[in-house]
Ligand binder design. Structure first.
Ligand code: NDP
Ligand code: AOF
Length: 579
């Protein structure tokens, strides 16, 4: 009896398990099916929510019917849980909510938890706990403290079918889970090869090996990644565009890795009107070409040691969660040897090209015996048009289970995680403890307000349209994309005094945000005594830069606001004591 009670904290499932094994299995199968559906929903916005997780939610009635569904569309938009209970309406009362992942209950923002509580949800089933330590467990504790029964797969009950459902939750947020456990982004090596294992003819010609349908799948893969990376030789041979052209998802940054910087002056990747390109190279390589790239708007980053690990650690610091490697075999071998590739996706076309010198997907790995071969894990096979898509993992997704804190454990940030000086607080992305939380009254976020202000007051209907587009953008990222690309493509729409007023605009937006949300103000005040630095390695105006060379205006404005709030509170304290 005691064992059954420990495994099943749900009275419903408990009774079923105790009285009838088949019923218990049925309940597990039902829970597993809904959790898988929540994971599928979460997958629908892959790439768009980065650097946040992908969340999906299903509300199911006690008779097992779906009453409502939702998924987080993008960073800063309505939580999946709120959308699902809205869709379910009155049916939410007494229902079960299935979540692929514990909500991120970020910086006192309880929207997801409140939505479930207010809707009268009886039970919540969670696929996996939040992987980031400072967010982990708090939403689950809050839901339980509100009297809602919460079951976490793998903790409250286990079975093969539930384990598979849990795996689908791990898969959908693999990039974030890797980020939580390692210092490199989640990397996928993708290639298309002929049946005889070639990725191009011996001439280097490769267009096309895989079918149109397969290439559309590649656009989807790109749309779900933060960046696509190729080696210098692929740029010279293919002149690729590396854009996501299926019309959905976001547009990943293009990265070129080149030691020599011996690249053509005319290349599709140097057109950065729609999508940005970053070239990473050896320090000191072809300075004049670096200047040429900069004049085209291409960012060049120099490395003392240009190798896949250093480059991935750099992009991890820049906040990238997932990278798609679309390079040839030379760079692929180097990346695999450096252990930065987590997953392989191979399109195999039923074609034979032959050629003993034709390139293959992975160059020399220094292996001499078949026993040394790397075996993929969790291999999947899928037919895509005439091609076969084979995918699998080179490294397993880290298991989150062993590090789950007890229910009552106080969740603290481990200072060893980021070896920064304690008197300096670096913040950057929203998942950092001190990251921004861009909820904001009239405008959806500070980002919406700031970007729109670039075009406010300009007597041109296109500027008005742009302000409106930014105002109604579905996420802060989309607002930033519209604002930045319009500034680059149509500088005539930008107000004349923008450079003079932009700090004031940001200050006003921040002041409004911190005054509107007391929990954000108290986080800001809790940093007293610390220097605040926006840890953006590339934004040298608002951020601190890679080596402290940035002006850090965002950090400065926050410290100014903090002083003002402190001043206000000491004046009111004086008034109280003198009264
Ligand atoms: N079918 C498919 O899926 C694909 C086919 N291809 C084909 O493959 C061929 C190109 O293959 P490949 O030459 O292997 O191209 P890569 O994309 O692997 O480029 C190799 C280049 O990467 C740069 N590089 C920078 N750092 C490193 C490092 N640490 N290790 C290795 N390389 C590094 C160097 O550039 P630099 O010389 O500038 O210093 C090197 O020459 C082309 O014919 C192309 O069409 C390419 C991609 C996918
Ligand atoms: N040849 C080949 C691929 N090649 C990859 O796609 C790049 C070209 O992308 P784009 O210019 O955006 O169309 C190219 O440089 C290489 O990385 N991919 C595939 O799915 N199937 C193929 O047959």
């Amino acid at each position: 009896m005691a064992l059954s009670f420990r495994i099943c904290s749900s009275p419903l499932i408990c009774r079923a398990t105790l009285s009838n094994g088949d019923n218990g299995r049925n309940h597990h199968a039902i829970d597993a099916a809904f959790i898988r559906r929540a994971a599928d929903l979460a997958e629908m916005s892959a790439g768009l929510t980065s650097p946040h997780p992908n969340f999906g939610c299903v509300i199911a009635t006690s008779s097992g019917k779906v009453a409502g569904e939702g998924y987080l569309y993008a960073q800063g938009t309505k939580p999946a849980e709120a959308l699902a209970v809205e869709a379910a309406g009155e049916f939410s009362r007494g229902s079960t909510a299935y979540l692929n992942m514990e909500p991120g209950d970020c910086h006192g923002d309880h929207t997801a938890v409140s939505a479930l509580v207010q809707a009268g949800i009886d039970r919540v089933v969670v696929g996996i706990r939040h992987p980031l330590q400072h967010l982990r467990g708090s939403a689950i504790r809050e839901l339980r403290s509100q009297g809602i029964e919460v079951n976490v797969l793998g903790e409250d009950f286990e079975s093969k079918v539930l384990e598979e459902a849990r795996k689908s939750c791990l898969l959908v947020n693999a990039p974030l889970i890797h980020r939580a456990c390692s210092r490199v982004p989640f990397s996928v090596l993708k290639y298309a090869m002929t049946l005889d294992g070639k990725i191009a003819a011996s001439s280097g010609h490769a267009a096309w090996i895989s079918s149109k349908l397969s290439r559309t799948r590649v656009f989807e893969l790109r749309g779900g990644s933060d960046a696509v990376i190729v080696g210098g030789n692929t740029v010279r041979q293919d002149d690729p565009r590396l854009t996501a052209r299926h019309g959905q998802g976001h547009t990943p940054t293009r990265i070129v890795m080149t030691q020599s910087l011996d690249l053509p002056e005319k290349a599709n990747l140097w057109d950065v009107a729609e999508v940005s390109t970053i070239v990473v190279t050896q320090r000191g390589a072809r300075k004049s070409f670096q200047k040429f790239l900069a004049s085209k708007g291409v960012e060049v980053v120099e490395f003392d040691m240009l190798n896949p690990r250093e480059v991935m650690e750099y992009f991890h610091l820049r906040g990238y969660l997932s990278i798609l490697w679309e390079c040839g075999g030379t760079l692929a071998a180097s990346a695999i040897s450096s252990s930065v590739i987590h997953k392989v996706v191979a399109f195999v076309a039923p074609k034979i090209i032959g050629g003993s010198k034709a390139p293959s997907p992975v160059g020399d790995l220094g292996m001499v015996e078949m026993t040394q071969a790397l075996n993929l894990i969790d291999v999947c096979y899928e037919q895509v048009g005439p091609d076969m898509l084979v995918s699998g993992f080179l490294q397993p997704i880290p298991d989150l289970l062993p590090v789950i804190p007890s229910e009552d454990a106080t969740v603290e940030i481990d200072p060893s995680v980021d070896p920064f000086e304690p008197s300096i607080i670096f913040f950057y992305k929203t998942w950092d403890l001190y990251g921004k939380n861009d909820d904001y009254m009239t405008w959806s976020s500070v980002e919406h307000y700031y970007q729109a202000n670039k075009f406010v007051g300009v007597e041109n209907p296109m500027a008005h349209d742009c302000v409106e587009k930014i105002r109604t953008a579905r996420s802060p990222e989309e607002a930033a994309l519209i604002g930045r690309s319009t500034l680059r493509q149509k500088p005539e729409l930008v107000r004349n005094d923008w450079e003079d007023v932009k700090i004031e605009v940001m200050y006003k937006a921040l002041k409004c945000k911190f005054s509107t949300y007391p929990h954000l103000k108290s986080i800001l005040l809790s940093t007293v005594g610390s220097v605040l630095v926006e840890a953006s390695p590339h934004d040298l105006f608002w951020g601190g830069g890679r080596e402290g060379e940035g002006l850090n205006y965002l950090g400065r404005l926050l410290m100014q606001l903090r002083s003002e709030y402190l001043g206000e509170s000491s004046v009111s304290a004086e008034n109280t004591s003198s009264a």
